[in-house]
Design a protein. Structure first.
Length: 327
């Protein structure tokens, strides 16, 4: 991929320390590319990392994650977005753990991470932790990432109702983050309420529509502002003004945590896109869909061979029994 200053998407980002005097341990990153010298397909990578661990430690972990993952994306050819993001997140986790063991100040540090990688109008995404990815489509906002939190797991198990989860004392406990001994990046994209995990993973490479809007945000925003309020602000205000309004709203409600958001709007027309070079994951899917043609060819060949065998058998039977029938 070729790094470019030209932005084919409308992108706005904002970070704020919150209202409690806390050090800002959130970090975000964006980068624009074209796919290759011969393929001008626009590419955008965006991510948010919400550092945890107190003092300066969370900030260090978030910086390691953003720098490592952005570097891996920039040095890739874009043909394996899932593999690239997975390896970059695992490398970030290893580097954070190494750094955490160096001093008492960095011990126990970690970070969430949520990434969106756009190829033309295709979306690939991954998250670890509870920083969220939303999709605004047809004037309706939907969270398409899955929180790795105590409350989310309790909801999935039916132990809590949404009303009980809203102000639960364990609401800020996350169950997955970089800086753990072992992590598993989550490639599920949740588009429907009853989708199986395998179906959510197959949503990778989903097609975005003109005027769709993606929002990546840390829990400093999503914990303090309702989804319907986010939806209303994004629909009624220019993108930058919407992020400023939502940040101010979170601060007015106490702003106990850092507040970071990255918003991406898909252009109203995609006529400037070339026919994109399909990333390898999707190419594999195409091959798998075409595979049934081989059994059909094999079946026709088998019928042909069977016909010859039957014909030879009839000739042999005639040669054996014909003398017996003659007077």
């Amino acid at each position: 991929m070729i790094l470019t200053e030209e932005k084919h998407y409308i992108v706005e980002a904002l970070t704020d320390p919150g209202s409690t005097g806390k050090n800002n341990e959130d970090r975000y990153g964006t980068a624009s590319f074209r796919l290759s010298e011969t393929d001008p397909t626009p590419v955008l990578f965006a991510m948010v990392a919400d550092g945890i661990g107190g003092k300066q430690a969370g900030e260090i972990a978030a910086e390691i994650a953003v720098e490592t993952i952005l570097s891996a994306v920039m040095n890739s050819d874009g043909m394996d977005p899932i593999g690239t993001m997975r390896e970059a997140i695992l490398e970030s986790n290893q580097l954070i753990n190494q750094r955490a063991g160096e001093t008492m100040e960095t011990s126990g540090m970690g970070t969430t991470v949520t990434c969106a990688w756009l190829f033309g109008d295709q979306l690939f995404a991954v998250n670890v932790g509870n920083s969220r990815l939303y999709l605004l489509r047809d004037k309706k906002l939907k969270r398409i990432s899955i929180d790795h939190s105590w409350v989310e797991e309790a909801l999935e198990l039916g132990l809590l109702t949404p009303a009980q989860a809203k102000n639960h004392p364990n609401a800020r406990i996350i169950t997955r983050h970089l800086g753990s001994e072992e992590i598993e990046p989550d490639f599920r994209i949740k588009l429907a309420s009853e989708e199986a995990d395998s179906a959510m993973v197959e949503n990778q490479g989903m097609q975005l529509r003109p005027n769709d809007l993606l929002l990546i945000c840390s829990d400093g925003l999503s914990d303090m502002v309702e989804d319907m309020e986010i939806q209303k602000a994004l629909l009624e205000r220019p993108l930058r003004k919407a992020l400023e309004f939502l940040t101010d709203l979170a601060n007015k409600r106490g702003g106990p945590d850092n507040i970071t958001s990255v918003a991406i709007r898909i252009p109203k027309t995609t006529s400037t896109y070339s026919e994109p070079t399909v990333p390898s994951k999707l190419a594999t899917q195409v091959i798998e869909e075409e595979a049934p043609e081989q059994p059909r060819q094999a079946s026709r060949f088998a019928v042909y061979i069977l016909s010859i065998i039957l014909l030879v058998a009839l000739v042999l039977l005639g040669w054996i029994f014909l003398p017996l029938l003659m007077p």
